[in-house]
Design a protein around this ligand. Structure first.
Ligand SMILES: [Zn+2]
Length: 105
């Protein structure tokens, strides 16, 4: 998948369409990503004192399918597709197809 932990993505489809947030987690096996403040679900948790977890209903981000999100470029601020480039030092990087800005990491 072209999306990694820490990337900023925009939701293009689904219930959270139009929202932008940071990727909190990726699940390559399921093709899903968890995005900050997107697809908030109510998670019912049981108290677990040994782990210092309080029981109750918790607001938590739910995973959404990668096909519903697009990368947001740190250079031009637009949603974009990432291309791949090899940098002068030989490392591979993802680049913005609009402005050629490389994505960090
Ligand atoms: Zn760009």
């Amino acid at each position: 998948m072209g999306i990694r932990h820490g990337d900023t993505v925009k939701v293009m489809a689904g219930r959270s369409k139009g929202k932008t947030g940071k990727v909190l987690g990726v699940d390559p096996a399921k093709g899903r990503v968890t995005v900050e403040r997107v697809n908030i679900i109510k998670k019912h948790t049981r108290a677990n004192p040994s782990k210092n977890v309080r029981g109750g209903i918790l607001d938590k981000e739910g995973p959404i399918h990668v096909s519903n999100v697009m990368l947001v470029c740190p250079g031009c601020g637009k949603h974009t597709r990432a291309g791949h480039a090899t940098l002068p030092d030989g490392t591979k990087a993802r680049v913005c197809r609009r402005c050629n800005q490389t994505f960090e990491n």
